[in-house]
Design a protein around this ligand. Structure first.
Ligand code: ADP
Ligand code: NA
Length: 323
């Protein structure tokens, strides 16, 4: 087909939060309309830091449920588990034989992870090689990533070019990063960047009391109800802006500026907005979760489609490498 191939991986690492939604998931959903999208649940990558089979299995199903409920459509894209395409490990090994150790040693994400206290295992160290295989094995044209991932895409481009140079042909397509303009970083309830690691998240599928508790805990200054307030330095307002339409945003902004509108009011507004925004997705997830076998079948079918593509890239690669 003439459509561009788009590739992205999704970490199965627990429950998804508003930062994930506005920073990544929303773009994934848009991209399934724009090209031939391949989205894989990165379970081999997760093994580098999660060595608990039951958990990894559960997280994989969870993230599949989350994405499907939010609008991932297996009719429009290829949605699968990384491990359903064993060819990716084959390519990863071959690329590893072309990867200078010094290239991995320069990797910023490895250094970051070690600094965060993760065990420096070989899987973690060579993660960018597996990531390159993930990208190159589908002949990906475009890899949508946050700015922080640019270096890893450079490594993928470098390894594809090395392979093509060493074996004398255009065997692996050189991918282009597509740097997703980040929506302003979504703040967590404590005002820092929303992140699992900071335990300051509001989860997409939170509802009822749990959602209310989180929203009510968003940190604000201590201005009294009657005082005018600055919307642009307020975490509650920053979150409201993600969900509300133009008119609502203007209305809330005016309320802040004019005083007589407390943070409690703003939080109630936010609670209603979040709850409403994800209502359909929550209902959809509830239905899907009743039938996990169907979801697993969907992933398996995605895996089958992905293997066909992967094999078409691997066949000439094996042949030229003499394997
Ligand atoms: P976490 O920080 O919770 O571990 P991840 O690193 O797994 O989140 O992020 C997955 C995706 O979600 C990435 O593409 C990242 O850019 C995006 N993302 C995560 N947190 C935020 C945030 N607070 N604001 C915007 N995007 C975010
Ligand atoms: Na992060």
């Amino acid at each position: 087909s003439t459509k561009k191939t788009i590739l992205s991986g999704i970490q199965p690492s627990g429950r998804l939060h508003l930062g994930n939604y506005f920073g990544a998931i929303r773009q994934h959903l848009e991209f399934q309309e724009k090209g031939d999208a391949f989205y894989f649940i990165a379970n081999y990558h997760s093994l580098t830091s999660l060595q608990d089979g039951k958990k990894l299995h559960d997280y994989t199903l969870d993230v599949a449920l989350d994405y499907l409920a939010l609008g991932m459509d297996p009719e429009k894209c290829t949605f699968f588990a990384q491990s359903d395409v064993p060819q990716v490990l084959e390519l990863s090994w071959i690329l590893g034989t072309l990867t200078p150790v010094s290239l991995m040693e320069k990797g910023v994400s490895y250094k970051d992870k070690i600094a965060q206290g993760l065990q420096p295992n070989i899987g973690l160290f060579t993660y960018p090689v597996l990531q390159a295989a993930d990208i190159l094995i589908y002949g990906s044209d475009i890899v949508p990533v946050g700015a922080d991932q640019k270096q890893n895409i450079e490594i993928s481009r470098d390894l594809a070019a090395r392979f093509n140079h060493v074996y004398g042909g255009e065997y692996l397509r050189i991918p282009e990063p597509y740097i997703v303009e980040s929506v302003a970083t979504v703040p967590g309830v404590d005002g820092r960047k929303m992140s699992k690691s900071y335990d300051n998240t509001i989860e997409i599928f939170d509802s009822g009391k749990a959602l209310k508790k989180k929203v009510m805990s968003v940190v604000t200054d201590s201005k009294a109800l009657e005082e005018p307030k600055d919307p642009d330095s307020c975490n509650v307002f920053a979150l409201i802006k993600l969900f509300a339409d133009e008119q609502k945003i203007r209305e809330v902004r005016e309320n802040y500026l004019s005083g007589g509108y407390g943070y409690g009011h703003a939080k109630k507004e936010l609670l209603a907005l979040v709850s409403d925004y994800f209502k359909e997705a929550r209902d959809a997830r509830h239905e899907l979760a009743k039938d996990p076998d169907t979801v697993r079948d969907m992933l398996r079918e995605g895996g089958r489609k992905a293997r066909v593509r992967a094999e078409s890239v691997m066949e000439p690669v094996r042949e030229v490498a003499g394997i």
